[in-house]
Design a binder for this molecule. Sequence first.
Ligand code: HEM
Length: 165
Amino acid sequence: MKQTRARRDHAADLLEKDVSSAVAIAGHPLHAMSVHFPIALVIATLGADILYWWSADPFWVRAGIWSSGVAFWSGVAAGIVGTAELLLVPGIRNRVASWAHAVAAMTLLSVAGANWGLRLVDPASILPHGLILSLLASFLTGLAGWHGGKLIFHHGVGLMVSSKD
Ligand code: HEM
């Protein structure tokens, strides 16, 4: 009973300020569509580093340069869209959880950029420095993704609910 009332109050709170995505294609929020690329490629870079450590095959050095570079730039692209949502939508920018997600995501992008830059300048330093950055980036990806998911599933942010529904 108490829980139902709390849910109803929360839903009313959500309706007070607009939380719908402002950057979407045909009703599909662009940020939610684009975050899969940095998430997958940060983890793929960690995989490449572990396989290089295990096999010493230089193929994994090249694979890591590409995956860390695309992880960084696709993360920057997703971050630009996320920042637009944060600044443009009142119900998103008013939530502390949005800023918590943004801080975790910006920290991740800094580490992902450093991980790519390190490999470009000195590919031999993958062990141990690249591997450490990959571990840190993977942890931060989990943290940013967790907070991003909370925004959707706990706060109902970014949903495209029209008055027809
Ligand atoms: C750097 C600045 C960023 C800001 C300001 C930001 C902001 C947001 C906002 C406002 C949402 C709610 C959904 C929406 O309105 O589209 C969201 C969701 C989300 N974000 Fe970000 N974001 C940023 C970067 C990232 C990055 C780099 C990642 C990848 C690791 C990421 C992962 C997610 C995830 C997983 C969700 C939930 C989407 C879903 O479950 O479909 N965000 N973000």
